[in-house]
Design a protein around this ligand. Structure first.
Ligand SMILES: Cc1ncc(C[n+]2csc(CCOP(=O)(O)OP(=O)(O)O)c2C)c(N)n1
Length: 570
């Protein structure tokens, strides 16, 4: 029996195991919505802005490990997806975006709501397609999912003209396999490359592991732990690598870089070997490249050949899937006891207590994060926006399980926290999900509170409300002579009343003593809840390595009296 293009899309999504799509309709994509209503197995979650659809698909993908799907109409619908797609590309997240396009005869005529979305998204997708016949839809969708989820994952966009969705019928044939001779993501690594890496690891006196997002993507947590424990190597996790190694493990040496723990950056500075696993030497990690890990040789394992040597030249580059490579590597790695080096890292940790929270009356955001961590036992999924709160969440939440920090690391897109949290909760309904927002980012996508209410998505929305674009304010304080131009939000809405307007509870917290009770109340209340924490406005994130500088220029918070040797104890 012949099906319409729209029906073929639905059948194909079902074959790919899709059970939920995030989207918002419009003219060019309407035929797909006409078909969707006949496919109740495909749950459609109607967002309030297409950026939310892309980011929800991203959150869903990160939380579940499956491909997230978003749908938008042509023109403005498609362009509204762009920030979410770019974020997914930077962070290697598998999503498939399906967009409607104007009918084939109208393409290239500046038709109403026409835009060249394959052109626009070419540099921010792993691959994209303009599908010009109904017969191509099934093979294209099969390929799109395959490309999105394999190798280094990433977003794939499928643009389908309205008449292909609606008017054309074709036989639905689900291909048995994909035929992509040009696309062969590596699995096992070359044995000589692995042997060279093993030799460097065995020879090293002061090695550190820099664990990135690749550990999570390739499910290599056990292998990472085995390597670290066997060779007694401290594990430093990048922002996107957080939760790939338990925070409370004795070998966890924190997060490096611009707002990482001082001891992590200093450990890299002292190391004689950096073992970089599935990370890309982002500038927020390395600072000034010529001063990064000045005494270290480098082993770099990655699945993407373009990452090897891109920012940091490796003495032992290894191309392959991390899980496979670590399994190849382990039999070659010698068991070690490294008393001196681990003691040195411990000394750095006690001399640079980056995670100490000052004992003050003021409501500090670090304290709020620490309380959320304790009251969720480190087992919630934490979805952040971008800014100071993102760094406080990364620093002060004690992540126990893999894939539990969801954040826009590469693109750094404010507004990610609300929709991505919705996607995470839809994907993992059994888990507690906290969205951690700044008052700035929250206002970018808070319209999707309605999506939470309408679809009964039980996310707890914390706002670390400082009344400013905090991270930018901090840069102005440090680097722009305290010229606070355009960073003060003097007319924020009342977020408790706002929650009420959406029909959900809102709790305001102004005092330290109210924090724990508010968190508990939010978690005891079924359904979405907003908690507005009014935090100290001018609190800064420490440590800070200024952009383009090195660990030598790191700004640390002055050591509090209670931690100074010989002081504080009377
Ligand atoms: C979409 C977008 N626009 C601008 C920025 C630049 N930016 C980075 S952090 C930040 C401030 C964030 O403010 P808020 O969400 O209130 O969080 P806070 O830093 O106060 O915790 C801005 C404007 C960005 N990252 N993303």
């Amino acid at each position: 029996m012949k099906l319409t293009g729209a029906e073929i899309v639905c059948e194909s999504l079902l074959r790919e195991g899709v059970d939920v799509v995030f989207g918002l309709p419009g003219g060019a994509i309407l035929p797909l919505y006409g078909a969707l209503s006949r496919y109740p197995q495909l749950r459609h979650i109607l967002v309030r802005h297409e950026q939310g659809a892309a980011m929800a698909a991203d959150g869903y993908a990160r939380a579940t490990g499956k491909v997230g799907v978003c749908v938008a109409t042509s023109g403005p619908g498609a362009t509204n997806l762009v920030t979410g797609i770019a974020s997914a590309q930077m962070d290697s997240i598998p999503i498939v975006a399906i967009t409607g396009q104007v009918p084939r005869p109208a393409i290239g005529r500046d038709a109403f709501q026409e835009c060249d979305v394959t052109g626009i998204t070419l540099p921010i997708t792993k691959h994209n397609y303009l599908v010009m016949s109904a017969a191509e839809i099934a093979p294209v969708i099969k390929e799109a999912f395959h490309i999105a989820r394999t190798g280094r994952p990433g977003p794939v966009l499928v643009d389908i003209p309205k008449d292909v969705l609606q008017a054309e019928r074709a036989e639905f044939v689900w291909p048995e396999s994909v035929n992509l001779p040009w696309y062969n993501p590596p699995q096992e690594a070359d044995r000589e490359q692995v042997a060279r890496a093993a030799r460097l690891i065995n020879q090293a006196q002061r090695p550190v592991i820099l664990a990135g997002h690749g550990i999570l993507i390739s499910h290599a947590y056990q292998e990472l732990r085995q390597l670290a424990e066997t060779a007694q190597i401290p594990v430093i996790t990048t922002l996107l690598g957080i939760s790939s190694f338990p925070t409370d493990h004795y070998l966890n040496a924190g997060m490096p870089g611009m707002h990482g723990m001082a001891y992590a950056s200093l450990a890299i500075d002292n190391a004689d070997l950096v073992i970089a696993l599935g990370m890309r030497f982002d500038d927020r990690v390395t600072g000034r490249l010529r001063d990064f890990a000045p005494n270290a040789k480098v082993v770099h394992v990655d699945i993407d050949p373009s990452e090897l040597g891109k920012n940091v030249k490796a003495n032992a580059p290894v191309l392959g899937d991390l899980k496979c490579v670590l399994r190849q590597l382990m039999p070659l790695v010698e068991r070690k006891v490294r008393v001196d080096w681990l003691r040195q890292v411990d000394t750095l940790r006690s001399e640079h207590p980056s995670l100490h929270i000052r004992d003050t009356e003021a409501l500090l955001p670090q304290f709020v994060m620490q309380q959320i961590s304790q009251l969720t036992d480190g087992k919630a999924i934490i979805v952040t926006g971008v800014g100071q709160h993102q760094m406080w969440a990364a620093q002060h939440y004690g992540f126990k399980d893999p894939n539990t920090l969801i954040t826009s690391g590469g693109l750094g897109a404010m507004g990610f926290e609300v929709p991505a949290a919705l996607g995470a909760k839809v994907g993992c309904p059994e888990r507690t999900v906290w969205s951690i927002a700044g008052d700035g980012g929250f206002q970018m996508t808070m319209c999707d509170l309605a999506t939470a209410v309408e679809n009964h998505i039980d996310v707890k929305f914390a706002i670390l409300n400082n009344g400013v674009l905090g991270m930018v304010r901090q840069w102005q304080e440090f680097f722009y002579n305290k010229d606070y131009c355009a960073t003060v939000y003097s007319a924020n809405p009342d977020f408790v009343k706002l929650a009420d307007a959406f029909g959900i509870p809102g709790i305001r917290v102004k005092e330290k003593v109210q924090v724990a009770a508010a968190i508990q109340q939010a978690m005891a209340t079924p359904g979405p809840v907003v908690v507005d924490f009014i935090i100290k406005q001018d609190e800064n994130v420490y440590p800070m390595i200024p952009a383009g500088e090195s660990v030598r220029e790191m700004m640390e918070e002055p050591m509090p009296a209670e931690l100074r040797p010989g002081e504080g104890i009377r």
